[in-house]
Ligand binder design. Structure first.
Ligand code: AMP
Ligand code: ZN
Length: 117
């Protein structure tokens, strides 16, 4: 069922504590942790604790939870003292999504080119 934990999902395991992560923030509905393969000096992932396969499914099924994730991206940027930063939701394999649990990347601490590759 949408939102239920999935046994085979990496980020559900981060939520349950089954696999370790460097957690920077946690709320009742979200977890923010450092990306294991950082692409910028600050690279934090913000996820809903509930499982949705991607940002589109999250936005459609649980828009208030999507807002929680977005609010947390701002909180991470503030804690990390980022003046400029980029929030990215890769949605679908063609856009580079590799983990099928909705997540926002918060990237900052270096110049970020636009348009992205
Ligand atoms: P995406 O390609 O948008 O699906 O992003 C998935 C991100 O998860 C990548 O940037 C990975 O480096 C990151 N990642 C994968 N496994 C872990 C992990 N165990 N802890 C933290 N980040 C991870
Ligand atoms: Zn999951």
């Amino acid at each position: 069922m949408a939102g239920e934990p999935q046994d085979d999902c990496l980020f559900c395991k981060v939520v349950s504590g089954t696999i370790p992560a460097t957690i920077v923030r946690e709320t009742g509905t979200t977890v923010a942790f450092r990306d294991i393969n950082p692409q910028a000096p600050t690279h934090v992932l913000v996820i809903p604790k509930a499982h949705y396969r991607d940002a589109a499914a999250l936005a459609a099924a649980a828009p208030e939870l999507a807002a929680d994730v977005l609010r947390e991206t701002r909180a991470v940027a503030e804690e990390e003292k980022l003046e400029s930063y980029r929030t990215v939701f890769n949605t679908g394999a063609g856009a580079g999504q590799t983990v099928w649990h909705a997540h926002a990347h918060v990237l900052g601490g270096r110049g970020l080119h636009w348009p992205p590759g």
